[in-house]
Design a protein. Sequence first.
Length: 134
Amino acid sequence: MTAAVYYSYTGNSRKKAEEFAKASGTDLIEVTMKKPYGKLSAFLVGCPKAMGRKSVPVNIDGDLKKYDSFAVFMPVWAGHPAPPFNALLEELPKGSSVELYLCSGGGETTTGEATKAFCEGKGIKLGGYKDIKA
Ligand SMILES: Cc1cc2nc3c(=O)[nH]c(=O)nc-3n(C[C@H](O)[C@H](O)[C@H](O)COP(=O)(O)O)c2cc1C
């Protein structure tokens, strides 16, 4: 069973995840940061963490164990998935598969292969990777 999961800082990934969930009839699960970034700290703290693929403490408003496949919607920060993505990877059931939708201002990222390898290292299969200009 598939769930749409998202983290969103300014609402774009939320909108895309909501549209996906509505169109496909899947459950929608939100990831939030326990200590959300402010405008400055998103850049000064969040971007280096994204580049280093570091985790941050998050809350997840659903039971991920009920699903084996996930459509994940995330913003791009400094060319990489925002840090809550790294936290989510720790919580997804091992062996599950992920279709990743990355929302960015530019609509292009060059880190897809590295993201795929990082997911595999966490026991997650990255089936698809799509850049969305949003
Ligand atoms: C801290 C920060 C870093 C960002 N870095 C990038 C970037 O490297 N490349 C890019 O194209 N967009 C970048 N953006 C723009 C966002 O990826 C884009 O606005 C995205 O749609 C935001 O998704 P959200 O509304 O779900 O948070 C950045 C935005 C923020 C806040």
